[in-house]
Structure formats: structure tokens, C-alpha cells
Design a protein around this ligand. Sequence first.
Ligand code: AHG
Ligand code: MN
Ligand code: MN
Length: 331
Amino acid sequence: MLQTKTLTQFLITHLVDKPDHTTLSLLLSDLATIGKVISQKTNSAGIAKILGSAGKTNVQDEDVQKLDILANDLCKEYLMQTGRLAALASEEEDAVVAMGDSGNLADYIIAFDPLDGSSNIDVNVSIGTIFSVYKRIPELDRMDEKQFLQKGKEQVLAGYILYGSSTVLVFSFGDGVHECTFDQGVGEFLLSNERISLPNTPTYYSVNECNVNCVREYDKKRMTWLRDESGLRSRYIGSLVADFHRNMIKGGVFMYPEIYKKKEDVYVGKLRLNYELNPMAFLIEQAGGMATDGKGNRILDIEPKALHQRSGFIVGNTNIVETLETYYTEE
Ligand code: AHG
Ligand code: MN
Ligand code: MN
């Protein structure tokens, strides 16, 4: 006897309250299918010889892994044939990608990180796929980059698929965060947590402490407070999706400050607003938490100026994020 709902059953119930979410629900079902395929590819990557570098760098100036390309191509090709999306932006694509003739009249656009945590692919550590869906701006051409410069609070669906000890799909339409776990035997995503809310008592902090000498003074003080005074335990996996998911379930904070780049003499963020920070910020707020850029700005209120814009990031339990924000000082 199946003890819980399948994702499909959950979406049918969801549609009763939100009859205008038909396309969005079908889109989430498409993303779940993509997640099943990437999960299967990830689990057999070593055998299928799709580990390691693809021998090229992407628009982020990062070494692209074979699985990055596989996941990116799979997402693009699968979503292209659904006709549910007008345009797509990806961490692995320099520019906006048209979603074919079938997408010409589609009402939605999607930004995604096809494979997050690429540095962990070859060492069998959890990785993920992150997605962020907006309504298309009707008066703009669907290929206009301004489609993807909407504030994060305009998202209509956001979530991630985490390929870990189990494969979980975590998502929100803006009315709570839901988690489904992939049941290999049934071949379906089954509802495993109807509504995730951040525990009141946080447990972990996640920051890459090797950066302590290339961050601003106030970020250095934040890292010291987290280590010496917060009472939190340190966990850092190096895959945003995995660190974020653990903190969603156990409570905690993840921080990635802007880092000083000597060559350009400038501080820059590592994580990308469109397909990492905005979807995660949307989810954490739906779970009762908070996400800022480390300079007192709510992530979801930031108006992006560029497709691949980066930002500093603090995300997690509101009381911890607010405490960390008190260290901010104007430059
Ligand atoms: P991606 O693999 O999509 O490029 O993302 C990697 C990101 C994120 O997953 C993680 O939090 C961060 O890079 C880790 O960066 P460091 O290795 O510099 O700590
Ligand atoms: Mn990423
Ligand atoms: Mn990536």
C-alpha cells in the first residue's frame, strides 16, 4: 500500500486551489522527469565514463565538467519540446536560449543551474540542479535579456533536485515549500515533506573558511562570530544545493561573501543571482527564513543588471542572518 502521495497526486490537489497553475504544474512534472534522468546518469557516471572535465571553460570562466554539459543539454532539449517555455537562461549558456517555435506563445521563462556543485562530481559528493521560473514579460521579445532581469520576488516557481543519498525534489509555487523523494522501486517522486519550515533552533553554519583573508573586514568578523560565538557547528560540502538543503532541514546559515580579486582590484560574489541565489532565497523565505546579499539588501528585491550577475549571499534562520547583517559597514 503506497503510504503517501505521488508528485502527480500532489499537483492534482494543488490545481484544485490554483486552477491557473496547470502549465506550471506540468512544467514541474517535466523538471521531475529531468531530475530522474540526471539522477540515473549521476549514479552511473563513473561507469559511463562521463566524469571529469570536458576540457573547456564556460561564460563563468569555470572548467566545465562532462556532467555539466550532459545536464545542460538534457534540460534544454527536454524543455524545448514541451512548448511550455518561451526562453531559457542557463549558467552554462552565454546568452538567452530560444525555446523553439512551440515556445513562441508560452507564458513562462526559466533560469537554471543544470548541475550545481560540479567540483564534487568526481568524488561522489551530493550535487544538484536548481531552477527558477518567471512569467514572461509579454511586451518584450522573448529573447530580450530583460526577461531575465526581473526581481527574484517575481518568481512563480523555484526549486532544486538534490542528487544525494536519495534524490529529492524541493519546490515552491509561493505557498510553502514541499519535498518529494524519488522512489526507485515505484519510479515516482513521492511526497516526503508536505511543508518544510526552518527549525527555530539552528544547528549549522556553512562558509568556506579558506577565504578568510580575501574578504572585507566585516565579513572576517562575521566568520569569527560564526566560529567562536554562534554556538553553531561547521559543515561545508561545497555544493550549494547540499549545504542549503541540510540547513533547511536542520536549521542554520550559509554564507558566501564577496571575495577580493587582486587582478581587477575588486570584490566580487561567487554565486549567481539568477539561478542560484534567487531560487534559494525564494525557498528560504517560504520556509520562514531570510536571504540577503550581506549588505543589508533582501536578495529577492535586487534588480539584476546582467544575466550572469553575482552577489554576496547570507541565507538561513532569520535571527542569525539579522545578527550577521549588524556587522555590515558602508565602504
Ligand atoms: P557550480 O558547480 O554550479 O559552479 O556551483 C558551485 C558553487 C556552489 O555550488 C558552492 O556553494 C560553491 O560553488 C562552492 O564554492 P567554493 O568551492 O569556492 O567554496
Ligand atoms: Mn551552482
Ligand atoms: Mn553549475
